[in-house]
Design a protein around this ligand. Structure first.
Ligand SMILES: [Zn+2]
Length: 400
């Protein structure tokens, strides 16, 4: 999946039948790539998926039989699986299962962002059910409402609102903890009242453990995904494609002494510690995706600016923007809104809704999205807002 756009955007371009087909494929792929649950229940779920898949083809197009459906889920590009085969979609570049039936990083993301039945699936389904109960608890999901796709905005809004009800300081501390420590010991969690009340953390997901152990991504510190190969070796990699590409990918091999060896497969040679599942709790997938990942650059930027001697407030005034930066003795202030993907629509939206007007607002994108600056600058043209990279902002604050 492209690091630039969320799958939610891609899925919006599909028609209703294509979405229903995608949903059925995603849940079926999750069942096929997991060993969780009893055989009968798994077969029933697969048949249900195939039924929904067939219906999505309507009367004009011939839907494949169950055997063909299950076979094609391996190694086919997602677009090829959908009725009408959407052209020029990002879905023409991603697959759900590889040729050996191993899940892709797009699969879990699609289950969370693009599936109405993802909660039924083994593995990631538990994460999705936890999120639903969390949203219900904070009043964002009516008790008997149908479970539907969850948007990143809904989740952020719900979580941040719930944290804010405990006061502004607890909000900042809780949100920062969810960014810096997406995995905690149960003991550390019990010390944070706001986080305990939110009950955002759950036991380590079975999809992210091997032999009672887990390992943290060196970049985001969240539990890496564990995929069991038929030969007993386990692929351990960050669910974030960029982190995985940058080296957060390992191979866990069982040793003769009934332990495990973690071997680096990417450029990162540092090997994270393998820790017991017992005693630890982690954020579920959606909270890692929508709270931890976008927050990483925000807290890192804060740390870098503070090191320069700037005063920085994280997430000031509710959630109007991300960082308020000043330098003592200077009148200049920066209002910074961090964007972790190049989203021109989101940027335009933000400009419209900002109660204080765009004013001196700086939109900051990570250095690796520098190529998108011209596009994003066209969006803010005519306003006083600016778009720059994190490196540019640090250099500018340093010079001021
Ligand atoms: Zn990571």
């Amino acid at each position: 999946m492209s690091a630039v756009a969320g799958t939610a955007v891609v899925v919006q371009e599909l028609d209703g039948d294509q979405r229903a087909a995608l949903d059925a494929c995603v849940v079926a792929a999750l069942v096929l790539s997991s060993s969780e649950g009893e055989a009968q229940g798994r077969m029933r779920l697969l048949m249900e998926c195939h039924g929904r898949y067939v219906r999505s083809f309507g009367v004009l197009e011939q839907a494949p039989s169950y055997e063909v459906f299950a076979h094609r889920l391996r190694g086919s590009r997602v677009a090829e699986l959908l009725p009408g085969r959407p052209k020029e979609s990002v879905l023409g570049k991603v697959w759900l299962l590889d040729d050996e039936g191993m899940p892709s990083s797009a699969l879990h993301r699609l289950a969370v962002e693009a599936s109405e039945h993802g909660h039924q699936a083994p593995g990631i389904g538990a994460d999705i059910r936890h999120l639903h109960s969390l949203l219900r608890a904070v009043g964002m999901l009516p008790v008997n409402s149908g479970l539907s796709r969850i948007s990143g905005e809904t989740v952020q809004h719900a979580i941040f609102r719930a944290l804010r009800s405990a006061g502004f300081e607890a909000y900042t501390r809780g949100r920062e903890a969810m960014v810096r420590t997406p995995v905690l010991t149960r003991r550390a969690l019990s010390r944070s009242t706001a986080l305990v009340e939110l009950s955002a953390y759950i036991g380590i997901s079975p999809t992210r453990q091997f032999g009672g152990l887990w390992a943290a991504c060196p970049m985001c510190r969240w539990t890496m995904r564990a995929t069991f190969r038929p030969n007993g070796v386990v692929d351990v990699e960050c669910e974030d494609e960029r982190h995985s590409r940058l080296g957060a990918q390992y191979r866990a091999e069982p040793t003769a002494a009934e332990g495990w060896d973690l071997v680096p497969c990417g450029e990162l040679r540092a090997v994270p510690e393998m820790l017991p599942v017992e005693g630890y709790v982690a954020l579920p997938y959606a909270l890692w995706l929508w709270v931890t990942l976008p927050g990483l650059l925000e807290v890192e930027l804060r740390d870098r600016l503070v090191a320069l001697g700037a005063e920085v407030r994280l997430w000031p005034f509710g959630d109007a923007y991300d960082l308020h930066v000043t330098r003592s003795g200077r009148s200049r202030a920066w209002r910074v809104d961090v964007k972790t993907w190049a989203d021109p629509y989101g940027l335009a939206e933000k400009l419209r809704e900002d109660p204080e007007g765009p004013g001196e607002l700086c939109f900051v994108v990570p250095e690796h999205l520098r190529g998108y600056l011209p596009l994003l600058r066209r969006v803010v043209r005519g306003s006083e807002a600016r778009v720059l990279t994190d490196g540019d902002l640090v250099a500018e604050v340093k010079r001021a």
